[in-house]
Design a protein around this ligand. Structure first.
Ligand code: SF4
Length: 194
């Protein structure tokens, strides 16, 4: 498969936006608004600098599982039309461990779904996935993310809803959690929430 065949695939990172508030995905995917805040650009910088540090770090997950490390690994799932880059894969003789870096220690309900997407993509390319973890940059610690059937269901529902939203160009309802709107980079577009 060439990369051009995946142009219309959903970025696995988009699941984070969608599960935080579907409207953020609408603004990005349908209106092509891509707003960067101090917070998000700070997060991008933190992740970039962490990747460099993690490459040099001795006591990382590969020390526990004694494997070879690969960074920024391309993950594609043709059936679900998903594509993404996973921060780290630890390859052992028995299979692979997946690691994604986060600039927060708060799981807003998307870690498991996102890791499920990476897991299914790796499995679809023939890999045996032995485990998956989130590395929290502020805490400098790993949290194991165990796969569940609920995460898989959430993933499939999100992929379907996002595809429908893009096809219909229909703006979803605002989030029920108005606290999220206080720090949202799209707040001034959502006249109905304040
Ligand atoms: S302001 Fe609130 S409803 Fe609008 S996109 Fe942001 S989180 Fe969603």
């Amino acid at each position: 498969m060439t990369m051009s065949n995946t142009d219309d695939y959903l970025r696995i990172n988009e699941l984070k936006n969608y599960l935080y508030c579907p409207r953020i995905s609408y603004y990005g995917l349908c209106l092509r608004l891509d707003r960067e805040t101090h917070l998000s650009s700070g997060g991008i910088r933190a992740e970039a600098s962490t990747k460099e540090k993690m490459k040099r770090r001795k006591g990382a997950l590969h020390a526990i599982h004694a494997g070879e490390r690969e960074f920024d690994v391309l993950v594609v799932h043709e059936g679900l039309r998903l594509i993404g880059r996973l921060d780290e894969v630890v390859r052992t003789a028995e299979g692979v461990y997946l690691v994604d870096y986060k600039d927060t220690d708060k799981d807003y309900g998307y870690w498991g779904v996102q890791m499920m997407a990476y897991r299914l993509g790796m499995e679809a390319s023939g890999e045996q996935v032995l485990g998956s973890s989130i590395y929290s940059i502020p805490k400098q610690s790993y949290t194991e993310v165990k796969p569940t059937s609920r995460q898989r269901q959430q993933l499939e529902e999100a992929v379907q809803a996002l595809a429908q939203m893009v096809a219909m160009e229909r703006c979803p309802a605002a989030t029920d959690h108005c606290g999220k709107c206080q720090s949202c980079q799209y707040a001034r577009f959502c006249n109905d929430v304040f």
